[in-house]
Design a protein around this ligand. Structure first.
Ligand code: GSH
Length: 301
């Protein structure tokens, strides 16, 4: 697999230094009146958890990949990017299929999963829920709020994502890569563009009197939905038709972590583009057809 890139390391190192300093100042002042410094150090050692090792993020800069990168950047969870170049076919490699049997990214490996043992997770919704639960961030614990977040998370993974994906297929790839005649794709184009319009309408109504999609706070539901609105033009939509959605979109887009996720994605894409430029036209076409099985390729049994 390709070389990994580490994120959030500097931040966590600074944090560790800060907490070490804080620990030192506690033992200094406690030595005057309270228990002996040694005793404090012992009890701290008993309760302190081992530092979180970086979560392996098997990622490519697409809407589904970006959700998880946004979570890591927002929460400060240490992560390490393992690029899965889906244009090249990395998603079919046996090592990747072991952690993501559906040959799709994203996937993660948390080296310190339940019981301190590694765990792998595939499907972006399941990954967000896992990380939200484990790190106690962007996924409220109160049942009513959590259920709301789940509703909108599933709305994205089961509705907006697949429907917008089909709109991208018929409006873009089918014409540009597969060179399908318009008569063969018109029905699909119309159907999925209209369905995405309907879903944008649902989201716009939901956001009419809300700052965030669920639970009155910024959650994994916003992180899952936002990247799928980014390519609104490719989906045949106009954000001006959905004012509440447009305002929410701008609010999330302005967040530093969201901006940074875009920078990281663009840098990876640029490196891949330079590499791809050197390929023959035939190889470029083969790769284009392999993606999403658009050329009808079947996985061997
Ligand atoms: N339901 C999956 C969808 C993942 C998915 O479709 N990933 C795409 C990129 S956005 C992929 O890996 N495509 C590779 C391929 O189709 O061969 C999730 O939410 O994680």
């Amino acid at each position: 697999m390709a070389k990994s890139v580490t994120g959030n390391r500097a931040k966590s190192t600074k944090k560790a230094v800060r907490s070490k300093r804080a620990a030192l100042s506690v033992s200094k002042s406690a030595s005057k009146s309270g228990p002996k410094p040694k005793a404090i150090a012992k009890s701290a050692a008993k309760t302190s958890k081992p530092a979180q090792k970086p979560v392996e993020l098997h990622y490519w800069p697409t809407g589904n990949g970006r959700k998880i990168l946004i979570f890591c950047l927002e929460s400060g969870v240490p992560y390490e990017i393992h690029p899965v170049n889906i244009n090249k076919g990395d998603q079919f490699k046996p090592a990747f299929l072991k952690i993501s049997p559906n040959n799709r990214m994203p996937a993660i490996i948390d080296p310190q999963g339940p019981g301190g043992k590694p765990i792998s997770v595939f499907e972006s919704g399941a990954i967000l829920q896992y990380l939200g639960r484990k790190f106690g961030k962007f996924y409220p614990q109160e049942e009513r709020a959590r259920t709301e977040v789940d509703e909108w998370l599933f709305w994205q993974v089961g509705g907006l994502g697949p429907m917008a994906g089909q709109a991208h297929h018929f409006r873009g790839y089918a014409q540009e890569v597969l060179k399908e005649p318009i008569e063969r794709i018109e029905y699909g184009m119309t159907r999925y563009t209209n369905e995405v319009s309907r879903l944008y309408g649902v989201l716009d109504r939901r956001l009419k009197s809300r700052k965030f999609v669920a639970a009155d706070e910024y959650t994994i539901a916003d992180m899952a939905i936002w990247p799928w609105i980014v390519p609104w033009q490719r989906q045949g939509q106009n954000l001006d038709d959905y004012p509440s959605l447009k305002a929410w979109f701008a609010r999330i887009e302005a967040r530093a972590a969201v901006q940074k996720s875009g920078d990281i994605g663009r840098a990876i894409m640029e490196a891949a583009r330079v590499e791809e430029e050197r390929l023959s036209e035939a190889e470029k076409l083969r790769r284009g057809k392999q993606l999403f099985m658009q050329g009808g390729k079947r996985q061997s049994k």
